[in-house]
Design a protein around this ligand. Structure first.
Ligand code: TEU
Length: 541
């Protein structure tokens, strides 16, 4: 139990489709992950979060589950999965599964039985009559679709789906759904998984299906965000199923502010261990994520500080499979890809909380280099593009939205080598490999002791072995237009962390002078009074 809740945990997220293909079908697979376990162990991580590997028709790349107890055939077999768990364990690595229980696939047996008229399974979903020829309510949808789709051949019945129409929402008012999910959790816990990353977990329980207050996005969300029903379900799952196995949970919790996050993961509430909050991902957005402005470092610092201060412990991350690559968000990145990647490694490993890094982040992968919409596969990108078109947004703006924000930016195949398809596959990759793989790849990084990955490795080792960085208190020291300085302290020992979040040289703030000794810098030749572009520096007192 202690191990997985440990403050020394470092989590590495794998998007299996894009990690490593061993069969030549252009899609990553479980054997590919097994083949890279030594690489991951060497990096120093001790937990893997696997994006969904369950059987799925792939409308949303596995976040539409057709069978919670079966492995997606294109990823391999259950035996492969069991081998992965065992091989990972042998290297001291635990596996977190992705638990997607807001919705199933429409191809799940439950939904198929519901369609066939079985009343038991009909009540697993949210099916309602339209109102006077109109939809059951005015709610919005996360994927820019209509959240209601006609149920089978029915004339006037619809099912609710907050995501794609192939992802019908489960009815969490039905106790049978809870029992099914308990059984699914136990199935995977018995296989030795360490815990779960819980997909959009704070929206699962809908209080009512009343009309919502009209809003620019997600009208209706007041009826399902962080409801008491959801809190109760989380407490039940933890007490009855997760706790006996010592399993860890991290909730993906959309639209959480600090109080909502605390309600979900404050230790005394016994719900989740940590949450992924989104506010720091939104500092460069205007109303919705599709419209972005320049990233203002000071806003990012203020947001990080706010969350660091407010939560006793939390998940910390800058990248995942839904977000553009973080370094690509720096408007002034210029030639500083390596420097910025190292600085982000330093920042992630010195903030308080459990660090989550995403595949490719450790080698400084950038956003996909897509040229037009035909190269983008993600359902959300296509839906949003279509919606923007229906609103008569000019083609140039539409493409900019997708290019900058599409989730496929982070889903491009992992870049292992400078060779064909970056060594990801011998076949045709399911998503275009970034052309920069000739320069940005694991092979090159492994040969470079001053490289991005080497710096990640150093920072991961330090974070795991150092009690001040792992457990110390956080205090913001300085938030400037370029430089972020904060202190981590424990038992009279203290570190000052300095991050230059810009491509300009920056003066070291006066407040930093109390820390006299240079412990480490991401820069070969650190200057006396200044930080180099995107430099990360650690000082001791
Ligand atoms: O994401 C939920 C979510 O709200 C967003 O981050 C999502 O990526 C989308 O951009 C909303 O605009 C989770 C998963 O991480 C995502 O991959 C799934 O598509 C989604 O749930 C549905 O299961």
């Amino acid at each position: 139990m202690e191990r997985y809740h440990s403050s020394r945990n470092i989590v590495y997220q794998i998007y299996p489709r894009s990690f490593k293909d061993t069969t030549g079908n252009g899609v990553g697979d479980i054997r590919g992950i097994i083949s890279k376990l030594d690489y991951l162990a060497d990096l120093g991580i001790n937990t893997i979060w696997l994006s969904p590997v369950y059987k799925s028709p792939n409308d949303d790349n596995g976040y539409d589950i057709a069978d919670y107890k079966a492995i997606q055939p294109e990823f391999g077999t259950m035996e492969d999965f069991e081998e992965l768990v065992a091989e990972a364990k042998a290297r001291g690595i635990g596996i977190l599964m992705d638990l997607v229980i807001n919705h199933t696939s429409d191809e799940h047996e439950w939904f198929q039985k519901a369609l066939a008229g079985d009343p038991k399974y009909r009540d697993y979903y949210i099916i309602r009559k339209g109102k006077n020829g109109k939809l059951p309510n005015n709610w919005g949808n996360f994927f820019a679709e209509c959240p209601w789709t006609k149920f089978g051949d029915s004339e006037d019945e619809y099912y609710l789906h907050l995501f794609s129409k192939k992802q019908p929402d489960l009815n969490w008012h039905n106790p049978a759904v809870l029992e099914e999910v308990k059984d699914i959790l136990r199935f995977w816990l018995e296989k030795g998984v360490a815990g779960f990353r819980c997909d959009v977990i704070n929206v699962i329980y809908k209080n009512s299906l009343e009309n919502g207050r009209p809003k620019p996005i997600l009208t209706g969300s007041e009826h399902y965000l962080s409801t008491e029903g959801c809190h109760e379900i989380l407490r039940t799952l933890r007490k009855e199923v997760l706790e006996p196995y010592g399993a860890v949970t991290v909730g993906e919790t959309v639209f959480v502010d600090v109080p909502k996050a605390l309600d979900l993961c404050a230790p005394e509430r016994k719900e989740l261990d940590m949450v992924f909050s989104f506010e720091h991902m939104e500092v460069d957005q205007v109303i919705v994520k599709w419209f972005k402005t320049k990233l203002v470092p000071r806003k990012l610092m203020a947001c990080l500080t706010k969350w660091q201060k407010a939560l006793p412990w939390n998940a910390i991350y800058f990248e995942n499979h839904d977000q553009p690559r973080f370094i690509s968000r720096f408007a002034d990145l210029g030639p500083y890809r390596r420097e910025a990647s190292k600085m982000m490694a330093g920042l992630l490993m010195t903030l308080r909380g459990t660090p989550f890094l995403y595949e490719g982040q450790e080698i400084g992968m950038e956003n996909g280099d897509f040229k037009d919409l035909s190269e983008v596969m993600d359902i959300e990108s296509h839906n949003v593009h279509a919606m923007a078109k229906s609103l008569h947004l000019p083609a140039g703006i539409r493409w900019k939205m997708i290019q900058r924000t599409s989730r496929d930016n982070a889903r491009t195949p992992m870049q292992w080598t400078a060779g064909p398809n970056a060594g990801f596959t011998d076949g045709t990759p399911w998503l275009k490999v970034n052309g920069n793989h000739t320069e940005v790849n694991v092979e090159a990084e492994l040969a470079d002791p001053q490289g991005v990955r080497a710096f990640w490795k150093t920072m991961i080792a330090l974070r795991k072995s150092n009690a001040v960085l792992a457990e110390g208190d956080f205090r913001s020291v300085y938030e400037g237009s370029k430089v972020y300085a904060f202190e981590r302290s424990k038992d009279g020992k203290s570190f000052l962390i300095l991050c230059n979040l810009s491509s300009k040289t920056a003066r070291i703030p006066a407040a930093a002078r109390a820390w006299k000794t240079l412990f480490l810098s991401s820069c070969d030749a650190p200057l006396q009074n200044e930080l180099s572009p995107f430099e990360f520096r650690l000082l001791e007192n």
